[in-house]
Design a protein around this ligand. Structure first.
Ligand code: CP
Ligand code: NVA
Length: 307
């Protein structure tokens, strides 16, 4: 197992499955008031250059439950590559911390930070990827459906960081992932082609929302304009309005479909209130599982002997 978790592809398929198993065990232990505390005396840096509710709170809470302490660091303190080089930031933080969690814009900055850091680095979202989100989501799907094998996941909307991480999930695991998006909003072509050429699972891109959700076990949504792209909001809404997740569209999925959304949602835009709060919704269970999945990721990669 590598030192970092920057993408789902940093773990092998077996390591991903072991992580879901560990996450379920740690969830149960936490509910019983017996959460393990391997991080006693350890401090983690949480560097965020974009807003966050779930990711920040679940990482900080998870680190605390595992016995550690977390420092929330914004761009007021660290301007990667501006106030000082990424190399220098990585070297200095490695002298203090047991691990670094980072949310920023450019995925290459995270790769560079991890290259020079001597402690594990976890990607908490970039413009390209959101791997921790998909780990919590896959854990939730296993809870609801028993296994991932052969399931049809339909992602509707913008071909963004979450869509790209779903393609990586199909690259690593036996899932069928459909990205239903507008022609103008595709996922990353390189990530798509790697998954379609040599994935464990299958991927496809469709431009018809009904074809996208046909036979789906999971229907998944995200905002149409991501953080850092809010100026493109009306353009994206125009392109994606056909892809709204609503009761009418869900009639074309399997009758026991579960609906997921990474949140934050723009209710009434990419998903209706009826669906978000309806009987198929797993949205708040999936938000909770961010906590458990991330605890398992940290337990897998943070050595108990280091500072
Ligand atoms: N889903 C998610 O990552 O939410 P936040 O942006 O609030 O962390
Ligand atoms: N695609 C969204 C995900 C938010 C968790 C964004 O990047 O804003």
């Amino acid at each position: 197992m590598g030192k970092d978790f920057l993408s789902l592809t940093d773990f092998t398929s077996e390591e991903l499955m072991e992580t879901f198993k560990l996450a379920a065990q740690v969830k149960k232990l936490t509910e019983e008031g017996k959460c393990p505390q391997p991080f006693k005396g350890k401090t983690f840096g949480i560097i965020f250059h974009k807003p966050s509710l779930r990711t920040r709170v679940s990482f900080e809470t998870g680190i605390y439950q595992l016995g550690g302490y977390s420092l929330f660091i914004t761009d007021k303190e660290i301007q990667l590559g501006l106030r000082e080089s990424i190399y220098d930031v990585a070297k200095v933080l490695s002298r203090y911390l047991a691990g670094i969690v980072i949310r920023t814009f450019n995925n290459d900055d995270v790769i560079e930070l991890a290259k020079w850091a001597e402690v594990p680095v976890i990607n908490a979202l970039t413009d390209l990827l959101h791997p921790c989100q998909i780990m919590g989501d896959l854990m939730t799907i296993i809870e609801k459906k028993g296994s991932l094998e052969g399931l049809n996941v339909a992602y509707l909307g913008d071909g963004n960081n979450v869509a790209n991480s779903w393609l990586n999930a199909a690259y690593m695991l036996p899932l069928n992932v459909t990205i239903a998006c507008a022609e103008a909003t595709p996922p990353d072509p390189e990530i798509f082609h790697r998954a379609s050429d040599s994935g464990v699972g299958k991927v496809r891109i469709v431009h018809d929302p009904i074809a996208g959700v046909e036979n789906a076990d999971v229907v998944y949504g995200d905002v149409w304009a991501s953080m850092g792209q809010k100026d493109k909001s009306s353009e994206k809404s125009q392109a994606l309005r056909r892809f709204q997740i609503n009761d009418e569209l869900l009639k074309h999925a399997k009758s026991d479909v579960i609906v997921m959304h990474c949140l934050p949602a723009e209710r009434g835009r990419e998903i209706t209130d009826d669906v978000m709060d309806g009987p198929h919704s797993a949205i708040f269970d999936q938000a909770e599982n961010r906590l458990h999945a991330q605890k398992a990721i940290m337990m897998k990669i943070i050595p108990s002997t280091k500072r």
